[in-house]
Design a binder for this molecule. Structure first.
Ligand code: ACO
Length: 319
């Protein structure tokens, strides 16, 4: 009653912004950013809307899967930075690609793609769907305080998608969790002009306790991988690819060292994209699939983590 991944796709904005470009308006440099994060550049939206990126990623995933939009039974989009507060970004995707199935969003920050897979899995388990499109689309640049060098240098924009089909064995294991910590990483303000609203209205900019996120990230990657392996009855060494959320190279290398896994199995895509929140995992998966890096039967562990503090992890068998 599980699913299999039929195809993936992704889309990034055209404009690449290198670390040194920030030096023109921030007290920062490539010498600070690259060694601490592993990020060299990121793609940022200029003329592109998130609707356009999400639709392009969806269309590429549908083409790779050989699925027509009319065959979709459900569209789920993971986003916290959509073009619309209402309706869901997924509804705009349905309109953009010409689908007429139910569509809604999932909000679980950087863990959102895995949460969305888990939601989709429930629909497959209940026999309600045969084909599902899961998209993660993020225009994080709109949430940033561009005067804060500690956060704005870390992120980028982009979208990626996967088409899921019925009659697969996935997921082999799933783990989703929330370790409540709203203030650790959040965008506190939502714009509003009600003359009756007497509450405080903080700025709608991303704020985070970087070191706390770092510790949480390394710990949750390691515990999630071990839990996935235990649930699936395999050893960690049996896993062929690790697709972790791409927040920071030092988070990835710390987790690799603590788990004692082969570094070559850990997918990296953040050097030229930065942290694209929930779009990181499907983007890395799409690159791996298109580069021929995934063989039939490979075991792939996905671990997303971020604001919440949410963690979403699952183990997939490719093909
Ligand atoms: N350029 C130059 N200096 C900077 C920059 C920058 N871009 N950013 C911060 N600094 C300065 C600070 O102002 C501070 O200066 P001070 O000592 O004079 O006050 C100094 O560097 C140290 O600042 P910290 O914030 O303590 O730097 P830290 O060593 O913790 O590194 C970082 C910051 C890279 C964000 C780190 O905390 C980290 O990797 N955290 C993980 C969180 C993460 O990656 N979040 C991404 C989003 S969350 C997610 O996706 C789950």
């Amino acid at each position: 009653m599980g699913f299999r991944i039929l195809g993936t796709g992704s889309a990034l904005p055209a404009r690449s912004v290198a670390n040194d470009e920030f030096s023109s308006f921030l007290d920062t440099s490539d010498e600070w950013i690259f060694p601490r994060t592993g990020i060299k550049s990121r793609r940022l939206c200029t003329t592109e809307t998130l609707d356009e990126l999400a639709n392009a990623a969806a269309e590429r995933a549908l083409a790779a899967a050989g699925v027509d939009p009319s065959e979709l039974d459900l569209i789920i989009c993971s986003t916290t930075s959509g073009d619309h507060l209402m309706p869901a970004q997924a509804c705009a995707i349905a309109e953009g690609i010409g689908a007429s199935c139910p569509a809604f969003d999932v909000s679980a920050a950087c863990a959102g793609f895995v949460f969305a897979l888990d939601v989709a899995d429930g629909y497959f388990a209940r026999g309600r769907v045969r084909t599902v499109l899961v998209v993660a689309a993020e225009k994080v640049s709109r949430l940033l305080d561009w005067t804060d060098r500690a956060t704005c240098v870390l992120f980028g924009d982009g979208a990626a998608a996967a088409v899921l089909g019925a009659d697969g064995a996935n997921p082999l294991a799933v783990s989703v969790s929330t370790e409540p910590g709203v203030d650790v990483l959040h965008v506190p303000g939502v714009p509003g002009t009600s003359p009756y609203d007497e509450t405080e209205r903080p700025e709608p900019h991303l704020a985070m306790e970087g070191r706390r996120v770092f510790k949480f990230a390394v710990g949750t990657i390691c515990s999630s991988v071990i839990e996935l392996a235990q649930q699936a009855g395999v050893s960690v060494e049996d896993i062929d690819h690790f697709v972790f959320h791409q927040a920071n190279e030092r988070i990835l290398s710390s987790a690799v060292a603590r788990l004692g896994i082969d570094d070559a199995k850990v997918v990296r895509s953040l050097a030229e994209t930065g942290n694209i929140s929930s779009a990181c995992i499907p983007l890395a998966l799409d690159r791996l699939a298109r580069s021929g890096g995934l063989a039939e039967g490979d075991l792939v562990a996905l671990v997303g983590f971020g604001a919440g503090l949410d963690t979403g992890a699952c183990l997939l068998r490719w093909g």
